[in-house]
Design a protein around this ligand. Structure first.
Ligand code: 1HN
Length: 349
């Protein structure tokens, strides 16, 4: 990985070249060899840095927003998690956005839709609901739900006493990097609710129905079922413990075309091997405590903590406690895979 080797750009500046570069710049042009090594690195060079956001520290500030802004004035009342290397994109890692949204008891928000896809993972509180294209979905702690791109959505909290805090995950930085963003407010502001039971909620395909949309017809994945599935499965990955992908039952693939999500159980005493892959991942400690090592940096996490793994960063996970530890995560692997960019490597030394 030597930039002075033949095959890499290795032209030294001279007074004539500097003059020449100025002439090119005046025409909005440039010499490729001045930037070639930077724009074609030997391997991915993410600007994102491994980061841990502690729930204990963020929670008081998220709650502070409740009386400070009306949810509908803010659009959504969300504290976003900003990677120090991605501030200009409002990204948590790579081209993924995440934030903590708080909804007060009895609160209901207006509907909108956008090109970005969204997912939710409930951190605390009961009584949260979201209406996605007319279907009302109720979610409780550790439940996972999706709001695929261009679906109308509005949310609320029907509990009488406590706020709900859920984590939003969106692909907005990706959509913006591709200059493909659109946003609409629903005329009339609120969706008529077609059904308070989910059409495909029991994983049953209604008679005469063919699902043709590019995302999962199962909009919500309740924690109890997911955790029970993890606990009953005997095979574990050396890198991730018992890991399962929330899937679209129509395709067997990811829940949405741009983002996928996983749930993984690290059994007591489990210490994973290290691996790395292209694609960015945002992890949330759903249950228990443990630690992850990302690019040599150790992050000790407990419930509600969120951390990220930038593309191609070595990482491993461990649970040295005597209780189960579960990580929820979402990623951009479907984008990587569909473009042929996915690569993975195990550390063997
Ligand atoms: C959005 O629509 C929601 O609907 C949350 O709850 C966070 C962040 C950026 C853009 C749109 C929501 C968002 C968002």
């Amino acid at each position: 990985m030597d930039d002075t080797a033949i095959g890499r750009a290795r032209v030294s500046d001279t007074p004539e070249l500097k003059e020449y570069y100025k002439e090119l710049a005046a025409l909005d042009a440039g010499a490729l060899w001045t930037v070639a090594n930077e724009i074609e690195p030997w391997y991915p060079q993410p600007r994102s840095v491994p980061t841990l956001w502690r729930y204990e520290e963020l929670r008081p500030l998220v709650r502070k927003a409740l009386p400070l802004v009306q949810a509908d004035d803010a659009g959504r009342r969300v504290v976003m998690l900003v990677n120090p290397g991605r501030r200009e994109l409002s990204a948590a890692v790579g081209l993924l956005y995440t934030g903590l949204q708080i909804m007060g008891p009895g609160e209901a928000m207006t509907a909108h839709r956008h090109q970005a896809s969204a997912l939710r993972f409930v951190i605390e509180g009961t009584g949260a609901w979201t209406v996605v294209d007319g279907q009302k979905i109720r979610v409780g702690p550790r439940d996972f739900a999706i709001t695929p791109n261009n679906t109308w959505h509005e949310h609320g909290n029907e509990s009488s006493d406590a706020p709900v805090i859920w984590q939003d995950g969106l692909d907005i930085p990706l959509v913006n990097a591709l200059d493909a963003g659109f946003y609409e407010v629903l005329p009339g502001l609120y969706q008529p609710v077609e059904s308070s039971t989910l059409r495909y909620g029991g994983h049953l395909l209604p008679y005469g129905d063919i699902w043709r949309k590019p995302y999962s017809p199962i909009f919500a994945y309740p924690w109890d079922e997911s955790y029970a599935a993890l606990r009953s499965f005997p095979v574990q990955s050396p890198f991730d413990g018992v890991i399962m992908e929330y899937s679209n039952p129509v395709t067997g693939g990811s829940v949405m075309p741009t983002m996928s999500a996983h749930l993984q159980l690290l059994a007591p005493g489990f210490v994973s091997q290290e691996h790395r892959h292209t694609g960015s991942v945002v992890y949330t400690a759903a249950l228990g405590r443990g630690y992850s090592v990302v690019d040599g940096q150790r992050f000790d996490w407990q419930e509600g903590d969120i951390f990220c793994v930038p593309s191609w960063a070595w990482h491993s996970h461990a649970n040295v406690s005597s209780e189960d530890a579960v990580l929820f995560s979402f990623n951009d692997f479907p984008v990587m895979r569909s473009l042929g960019f996915y690569r993975e490597e195990a550390r063997c030394d």
